[in-house]
Ligand binder design. Structure first.
Ligand SMILES: Nc1ncnc2c1ncn2[C@@H]1O[C@H](COP(=O)(O)OP(=O)(O)OP(=O)(O)O)[C@@H](O)[C@H]1O
Ligand SMILES: [Mg+2]
Length: 224
């Protein structure tokens, strides 16, 4: 997967008129790249991840994944593309409250044909073990701590071996040791699969573990 961001700007429309968040951001990532993005609260980090993950369209400029602009696809094809190629860890987890830990991790696999699902259960259990939650398989999100929910969301994002992994504050609720082990897992799987890994974080310790570190300020993405 290659990811090309070309002269992208983003503004939200508000009752007081357009609110500009990003201006003229250009960058590109190749398979095997890993980058951290830091920046003040409200600087547009989550917004940038939504754009990279094709969850929000840019106001101007283009974003292509493997040479393809996902916003030119039909909604169904775009959803299929995201599900198959992109793993997203949301800042607020977005777990399904009625499903167990194991079921939540398996959610992205449910849309695939049964014959393609060989090994999914095993991989889900492996990922849950790697995030330290093997003893919580049957818990529902309401029965988990904030950091545990975060770790379930990480396992869910990795279940389909996505080529692009986007994580919004994946270790924000974790103690330093757990955060370090989650970061190790992310970087290890990213290297094994030659995926692109982009992590937004307020933790400089986490950012320092990435080969590339950018910071968002004044609507621009700069090398940190
Ligand atoms: N849908 C929206 N409509 C209007 N404004 C929005 C919308 N979404 C985000 N914003 C504004 O855009 C700015 C950037 O938001 P964003 O969530 O990207 O920041 P962030 O860098 O991720 O911050 P944090 O570190 O607190 O998570 C904020 O000032 C926010 O209020
Ligand atoms: Mg954010």
């Amino acid at each position: 997967m290659s990811l090309e961001v070309s002269r992208v700007s983003k503004s939200y429309s508000t009752p007081r008129g357009p609110l500009s968040i990003l201006e003229d951001v250009t960058l590109s990532f190749a398979p095997g790249d890993a980058a951290a993005i830091t920046g003040p609260s409200g600087s547009g980090k989550s917004t940038l991840l939504y754009l990279l993950g094709a969850l929000e369209p840019p106001t101007s400029g283009t974003i292509t994944l493997d040479g393809q602009d996902p916003f030119t696809l039909t909604p169904g094809a775009a959803a299929e593309f995201r599900n198959r190629r992109i793993g997203f860890v949301f800042q607020d987890h977005c777990l399904l409250p009625q499903c167990s830990v194991l079921e939540n991790v398996l959610v992205p696999t449910l849309v695939t044909a049964a014959r393609e699902r060989d090994g999914d259960l095993e991989r889900a259990r492996m990922l849950i073990e790697r995030v330290g939650l093997s003893s919580r398989l049957e818990h529902r999100p309401a029965e988990l701590s904030g950091g545990e929910k975060q770790r379930v969301a990480i396992a869910r994002a990795l279940i389909r071996q996505p080529a692009l992994v986007l994580c919004d504050e994946p270790t924000g609720n974790l103690d330093p040791d757990t955060a370090a082990s989650v970061a190790t897992l992310l970087l290890e799987l990213q290297r094994q699969q030659q995926a692109i890994l982009i992590v937004v974080t307020h933790s400089l310790a986490l950012a320092a573990r990435f080969p590339a570190h950018y910071t968002l300020r004044s609507k621009q993405l700069l090398k940190a």
